[in-house]
Design a protein around this ligand. Structure first.
Ligand code: SIN
Length: 354
């Protein structure tokens, strides 16, 4: 009799422990908030096989319901921040997004954030957030090259992977990440390299940080360019105007002169080779610089660094160089830098540190 009571006790105890473990498992799932902004991942077309579609059509709840597996990885919440093709991404949405992320982390209502975003300007948003999100919890951007209605669409798998990356404790402290096509990239280095291909996202200078396979992320590298010091955009409602001018053979000064007349605060020059310009554009840039417009030399080559005082006498001309940032990311850093200072030495330091 004593033995039967003991066995019974053991059985009840085990069942209780199992139930508790099960509950604890669901409680222990990380809380991931998904902020939706539109893009092809939320795109819809008339046909599963034709290319035509409109970006930013499908709302967040429909996107999430298409990938029920994300609920096995995290406690999910969704929020619609914008519903646009990322060609229309702008400073207003960047500020809204960054402020919302800082707020969510400050009030501790999520452990990680995933942002669904069009791929065209995803890298710019990723870098902007990298420079302005004050917390080192995972923030992962994701998109798709094929709309949600296409045969063999890539959005659902990319979203599942992005949630997995966000929920992984190893993703903490790596700065803002981009998860696309089973690769994880650093926000600073990633760029879109192909107009339509699925493997469009690359980090041309340094490669991806990690690989996603079979529901796991394996990291191999980490960027050293994610300083703890961030730009505080809490009070910002706009950013100083910075525009990009493209360099090419026989370019005229017309574009630079127009920007000077428009009173821009900064010009990123996407130069040839090591950020080079011809004589007439050089003169126009020099004159812009002397009028107080910060000129940052970048390049149109797609990879490599701009080296200071190499072929160009940056010190004499008052120019700064964008290091290995591409023109569109140089613009992001220049806008944020100009929000704080006009001092060229400080701005140059930012380009070598951020
Ligand atoms: C967009 O950037 O919104 C359109 C293209 C895409 O998401 O792939």
């Amino acid at each position: 009799m004593k033995k039967i009571v003991s066995i019974l006790f053991l059985f009840v105890f085990t069942v209780q422990i199992q139930a508790q473990t099960k509950n604890n498992t669901s409680v222990a799932l990380p809380r991931v908030t998904i902020l939706a902004t539109g893009g092809t991942i939320a795109g819809a077309g008339e046909s599963a096989t034709k290319a035509a579609y409109t970006a930013g059509k499908v709302p967040i709840d429909i996107l999430l319901s298409a990938v029920p597996q994300i609920h096995d990885l995290a406690k999910i919440k969704g929020e619609q921040i914008a519903q646009i093709g990322s060609q229309d991404m702008n400073v207003e949405v960047w500020l809204k997004l960054s402020k919302r992320i800082n707020e969510i982390f400050k009030e501790n209502s999520a452990d990680a954030i995933v942002i669904t975003h069009g791929t065209d300007t995803q890298e710019e948003t990723a870098y902007f957030l990298d420079l302005t999100v004050m917390f080192d919890k995972p923030v992962v951007l994701v998109g798709a090259m094929r709309p949600s209605t296409a045969m063999s669409q890539d959005g659902n798998k990319n979203l599942l992977d992005a949630v997995m990356v966000a929920a992984d404790p190893k993703s903490q402290g790596k700065g803002v990440l981009v998860a696309m096509n089973e690769l994880v990239f650093d926000a600073r280095d990633v760029t879109k390299t192909n107009t339509t291909g699925l493997s469009t996202f690359q980090s041309r200078n340094f490669g991806p940080l990690g690989l996603i396979y079979d529901g796991k992320v394996n990291y191999y590298y980490q960027s050293l360019r994610n300083p703890a010091k961030k730009f505080d955009i809490t009070k910002a409602t706009s950013l100083p105007q910075v525009e990009i001018v493209y360099g090419y053979a026989d370019a005229s000064p017309v574009m630079v002169d127009a920007l000077v007349n428009a009173n821009v605060k900064g010009i990123v020059y996407a130069g040839m080779g090591n950020g080079n310009f011809n004589a007439s554009v050089g003169k126009a840039l020099e004159s812009a610089s002397k009028k107080g417009i910060t000129v940052c030399r970048s390049n149109r080559a797609g990879s490599g660094r701009i080296t200071l005082l190499n072929e160009v006498d940056d010190a004499a001309l008052g120019f700064v160089v964008g290091d290995d940032l591409n023109p569109q990311k140089s613009r992001v850093l220049l806008m944020l830098s100009l929000m704080q200072t006009n001092d060229r030495a400080t701005i140059q330091k930012n380009f070598f540190e951020y």
